[in-house]
Design a protein around this ligand. Structure first.
Ligand code: HEC
Length: 133
């Protein structure tokens, strides 16, 4: 009885160890914390953006934003400024874009956002955005 409980306990510890090993090895561990990023998203972005595929609000859906060329979400009516932006969103590009006023990063955009100055929140947010696939 006691022996099998002990064995179960050891197995549990090994699983936890594996899990943390995976967390450390995973690419998410480098930048920020995706679950805090989800909270930042809720308070800073969700008024205008949905993380769901195909759901546009005031702004376009941010599903799959990392790796997507700027201004290309289906069925969203972009400003000319963003339509003409010639970049593809990477985590670095999102960092750059979201750390300042949107109209500075992309003059003529209709995104009204003043930028996020807290660099930890920005890291977490961008890590979260990278999970939207
Ligand atoms: C007040 C509304 C509003 C808020 C708040 C807002 N956005 Fe936007 N966002 C927009 C609009 C509108 C556009 C489309 C801009 C255009 O067409 O010029 C946009 C565009 C974008 C784009 C470009 C998308 C593409 O398909 O190229 C990204 C990325 C983005 N927003 C990220 C964010 C993030 C992340 C936040 C939160 C930190 C945020 N936005 C906050 C309204 C908003």
């Amino acid at each position: 009885m006691i022996e099998s409980a002990l064995r179960r306990c050891l197995r549990g510890t090994a699983m936890v160890g594996l899990f943390f090993g995976w967390m450390l090895a995973s690419p998410f561990a480098h930048a920020g914390d995706a679950s805090s990023g989800a909270d930042v998203f809720k308070s800073e972005c969700s008024e205008c953006h949905s993380p769901k595929q195909g759901k546009n609000k005031k702004g376009p859906s941010l599903f799959g934003i990392v790796g997507r060329p700027a201004g290309t979400a289906p069925d969203y009516n972009y400003s000319d400024a963003l339509k003409q932006a010639r970049w593809t969103w990477t985590t670095d590009k999102l960092h750059w874009y979201l750390s300042q006023q949107a109209k500075k990063a992309n003059p003529g955009t209709k995104m009204k956002y003043d930028g996020l100055d807290d660099s930890k929140q920005l890291d977490d947010l961008v890590t979260y955005l990278d999970t939207l696939h």
